[in-house]
Design a protein around this ligand. Structure first.
Ligand code: SI3
Length: 292
């Protein structure tokens, strides 16, 4: 079973004024994170505005990320879609492009039974030809898994792990302890340190695109048992995350990238462009992040 360890940015999708994917900016974002030492990338997720992209754009994005990364790092492609068939089609794109694994939000909008959701994952695992990582994000999907349901899903040989975008650290701890050979990813950057303390080894997050270096240092401090340093770095990151959340996490991340010299455009409408006052706040937060 593939082992996942380290920092995985959930990458934004750079777009131009026509809302077409800007592959040049995408390459810049990826190269910067590779140079910082990330373990891999999570593409076409929430941060990638995947549900605002057309199907062919999601396929283009997955292909482009795999090509740019070129096997130097892991690529996990979120192929979650409204239908099983749509998800499997994207899974085939990911497999053909050389992705390491696929991931999927549970099917949402319609109120499916748990049995239908479980079958959705089993169907993907059978068809994908790649390890499948469940994307547990109850706040966005509206689907809450009980811990026992996740354990049951993780027992399937095609399911390689779960990405826990939830503050429920008790659930995360139970999964790490009871599903030893499966990957349990932290999915909330602001609780990376507590997640490491319950045994998590890998984390997927949107803010890693703008400050992977801070989180990599945090993980190293944790491994070196330097808790004071690890807490300091988590605090630094959290001050930045607070500002991002106040402004709106995804537009704000693109705003920071612009301030860092990579213009990824705005978020896709109905998201609105940032205002000058937002950039001022981000500039200050960025200066505070690296002030020592
Ligand atoms: O699919 C993805 O883009 C993610 O992995 C999203 C990631 O889990 C983020 N969650 C949400 C809801 O945005 C977090 O990284 C989050 O932005 C961060 O922890 C700040 O709350």
């Amino acid at each position: 079973m593939k082992r996942f360890e380290g920092i995985y940015p959930a990458i934004i999708t750079p777009i131009d004024e026509m809302e077409q994917i800007n592959e040049k900016a995408l390459a810049q974002v990826i190269e910067r994170s590779v140079a910082q030492g990330v373990a891999g990338f999570y593409v076409s997720g929430s941060t990638g505005e995947s549900f605002l992209l057309r199907d062919e754009q999601r396929a283009q994005l997955i292909r482009a990320v795999c090509e740019i990364v070129g096997g130097r790092r892991d690529v996990i492609a979120n192929i979650g879609a409204f239908s099983t068939k749509g998800s499997i089609e994207l899974a085939h794109v990911a497999a053909k492009s050389g992705a390491t694994a696929v991931s999927a939000v549970p099917p949402f909008y319609f109120p499916y039974s748990k049995q239908e959701i479980v079958q959705y994952y089993f169907d993907i695992a059978k068809a994908a030809g790649l390890p499948v990582i469940i994307y547990n994000i109850p706040k966005m999907s509206g689907v809450s898994f009980k811990t026992g349901e996740l354990i049951e899903l993780l027992a399937h040989e095609g399911i390689a792990g779960v990405k826990q975008t939830t503050m429920d650290l008790m659930q995360t701890e139970t999964l790490v302890r009871t599903c030893g050979n499966k990957a349990v990813f932290n999915g909330h950057d602001e609780i990376l340190l507590p997640a490491l303390s319950v045994g998590v080894k890998a984390s997927i997050g949107s803010t890693f695109s703008i400050m992977a270096d801070v989180f990599i240092r945090l993980m190293k401090a944790f491994d070196a048992k330097d808790m004071e340093r690890a807490r300091y770095l988590q605090g630094k990151a959290n001050a930045m995350i607070k500002t991002l959340l106040e402004i709106g996490i995804f537009p704000a991340i693109k705003g920071v990238l612009k301030l860092q010299g990579i213009d990824c455009g705005n978020c896709i409408k109905p998201f609105q462009p940032l205002k000058t006052a937002d950039y001022d706040k981000l500039e200050k937060a960025l200066a505070d992040l690296y002030d020592g």
